[in-house]
Design a protein around this ligand. Structure first.
Ligand code: HEM
Length: 180
C-alpha cells in the first residue's frame, strides 16, 4: 500500500495537503477578499491598511513556513514574533473570533478537506488567542490591557502595585509551527 504522501513514507505536510503555494495563496486571497467584502467583518477590516496587498503577501509568506513549506517570511523579516507584531492593533475576543470566522469561511469556500480544515481551525484558534492583547467591552480592566501586556503600559498603576486578585487566566503559548 502506498504511503499517504506517496513519497518515501513521509506524512504530507499541511502545506502539501493544501496544494502547495497555489492552494495556500488561494486560501489567503479568499480570506482577505471576505474580510474586504463582507460587512460582518468590517471591524476586523478596519484594523488593516486601506490596501491589502502587503497583508496578503505577509500572511501567505508566514503560513507557507507555518504549514511546513518554504520559510518565505523568515527569509524576508527574520523571526515572526507574531504576538509582538500584533501589539499595535487592539485585539480582544471579538477581533479574535472575527479573524477565526473569516478564516473558517475561507477554508470552507476553498473546499479544503473537512478533516484538514478542522485541524487547521484548531491550530489557528490557539495562535489567534495568543494574539489577544486587549480586553473587549464588558471585560474592561486597567488601561484595557490584559495581564500579559501590563509590562508594556508605563502609565498602569497595576504595574507598580501589582495586579488585582482577579487576573486573566494564563494562556498556553501555541506551537511556533503547525502541526505541533
Ligand atoms: C486574532 C486576530 C487577528 C487580528 C485582529 C489580526 C490583525 C492583523 C493586522 C491588523 C495586521 C497588520 C496588517 C498589515 O500591516 O498589513 C496583521 C499582520 C499579520 N498577521 Fe494578523 N491578526 C490576527 C491573527 C493572526 C493569526 C492567527 C495569524 C497567523 C496564523 C496572523 C498572521 C499575521 C502576519 C504574519 C502578519 C504580518 C506581520 C508583519 O510582518 O508585520 N494574524 N494582523
Amino acid at each position: 500500500m502506498s504511503s499517504p504522501a506517496g513519497q518515501g513514507g513521509a506524512e504530507p505536510t499541511p502545506f502539501q495537503r493544501l496544494g502547495g503555494e497555489a492552494g495556500l495563496r488561494a486560501l489567503v486571497d479568499r480570506f482577505y477578499d471576505l474580510m474586504d467584502l463582507e460587512p460582518s467583518y468590517a471591524r476586523l477590516r478596519a484594523l488593516h491598511p486601506q490596501a491589502l496587498a502587503g497583508s496578503r503577501d505577509k500572511l501567505f509568506w508566514f503560513l507557507c513556513g507555518w504549514m511546513g513549506g518554504p520559510d518565505h517570511y523568515q527569509q524576508r523579516f527574520g523571526h515572526p514574533m507574531l504576538r509582538a507584531r500584533h501589539l499595535p492593533y487592539a485585539i480582544g475576543r471579538v477581533e479574535r473570533d472575527l479573524w477565526l470566522a473569516c478564516m473558517t469561511q475561507a477554508l470552507h469556500e476553498c473546499q479544503v478537506a473537512p478533516a484538514l480544515a478542522q485541524r487547521l481551525a484548531e491550530s489557528f484558534h490557539g495562535t489567534a488567542d495568543w494574539m489577544r492583547n486587549r480586553r473587549t467591552a464588558g471585560e474592561a480592566g486597567c488601561c484595557g490591557l490584559i495581564r500579559a501586556d501590563l509590562a508594556f503600559s508605563r502609565r498602569c498603576r497595576w504595574r507598580r502595585r501589582g495586579p488585582p486578585a482577579a487576573r486573566s487566566k494564563p494562556r498556553p503559548r501555541p506551537a511556533a509551527r503547525w502541526p505541533a
